[in-house]
Design a protein around this ligand. Structure first.
Ligand SMILES: Cc1cc2nc3c(=O)[nH]c(=O)nc-3n(C[C@H](O)[C@H](O)[C@H](O)COP(=O)(O)OP(=O)(O)OC[C@H]3O[C@@H](n4cnc5c(N)ncnc54)[C@H](O)[C@@H]3O)c2cc1C
Length: 278
């Protein structure tokens, strides 16, 4: 795995991500909770590869007050012609229809932040571009049960996992919202037990989620997928791998955003490196 620090060493070349495909906002609809579904459309989305569940796309947003300019890959990062970094955010392609040339994103409106503000106010017809997809979850067909945990940024991925996991698999889903009542309907799964926890005011993001996962416990044979704030996911990894001694191969734990840091968990604009444990 290439860490963020290693990746930005001078001279290091990184694999060029898939090219950006231009599109426009075709629809914006509230999904419930703090999520907004933004539907992108445009002929360049034709043939967009249908990703596995919990995959990612890099979304290029217009810089404030500017037209959308597709950046150039320098060998290590994307840069705009005048040398500035573009506004790029990582989101989950919730649905992709390569024939209709449509791609849907479920975006959390959390307040400040380019993606949040874009989802809250993007007008139909406004330009955007996407690159991807990046890797997604590899489901374990041998797992007797699944524990799926995430905050509101992970809801699109969690919904996809519920759509893909076999109907015979027992799935415990633990979700954290930072706003009481801001829950979202998820796809039905006959084996799913969905539990929402609310982050108390002033608590660190992910605290309620990590506590709920710890209290739920993990039976042998259970596979785990979790995503949320990076430091919370680090606390979860410590619990799972250091305290419980769980095999890293049975769990994928992904930092999706970092408290106090704008932009991606990996900031160079390069493709995401595989997270520890998947
Ligand atoms: C693989 C992957 C898939 C993802 N899928 C989705 C998705 O489908 N939908 C989605 O909404 N997000 C998703 N995310 C998370 C998203 O990329 C980050 O939340 C991103 O920081 C949002 O960008 P922004 O421009 O709104 O805020 P930024 O400009 O990045 O950040 C501005 C400020 O807001 C804070 N902030 C960022 N996110 C949150 C948050 N969730 N709650 C509170 N404060 C926050 C930052 O710490 C910073 O202080 C995904 C991330 C990854 C790595």
């Amino acid at each position: 795995m290439v860490s963020g620090a290693e990746a930005s060493l001078p001279g290091r070349q990184r694999r060029e991500p898939p090219p950006f495909r231009r599109a426009v906002v075709a629809r914006r609809s509230p999904l419930g909770g703090r999520l907004v579904r933004v539907t992108l459309a445009g002929p360049e989305l034709e043939g967009f590869p249908v990703p596995p569940p919990a995959a990612s796309v890099r979304v290029l947003l217009p810089s404030p007050g500017s037209a959308l300019v597709v950046p150039v890959w320098t060998g290590n990062e994307y840069l705009l012609p005048e040398g500035r970094r573009p506004v790029l955010r990582t989101l989950t392609p919730r649905a992709v229809d390569p024939e209709r040339a449509v791609l849907e994103l479920d975006v959390l409106v959390h307040g400040e932040g380019a993606a949040s503000q874009w989802a809250a106010g993007a007008t139909v017809g406004s330009p955007v571009a996407v690159s991807g997809p990046g890797r997604g979850a590899v489901l374990d067909p041998g797992a007797s049960a699944y524990l799926v945990a995430g905050d509101e940024t992970a809801l699109a991925a969690v919904a996809q996992l519920l759509e893909c996991l076999p109907a015979t698999t027992a799935v415990t889903v633990v979700l954290e919202t930072a706003e009481p009542g801001a829950t979202v309907a998820l796809p039905g799964h006959p084996g799913a037990d969905v539990r929402w926890v609310v982050l108390p005011p002033g608590a660190r993001p992910g605290d309620a989620l990590v506590r709920a996962v710890v209290e739920t416990g993990i039976e042998p044979g259970t596979a785990l997928w979790a995503a949320g704030e990076a430091a919370a996911m680090q606390r979860l990894r410590r619990h799972l791998f250091d305290e419980l001694g769980l095999a890293r191969s049975g769990a994928a734990v992904r930092g999706y955003w970092k408290m106090g840091r704008a932009g991606d968990v990996e900031s160079t604009g390069a493709p995401q490196a595989p997270p520890p444990g998947g």
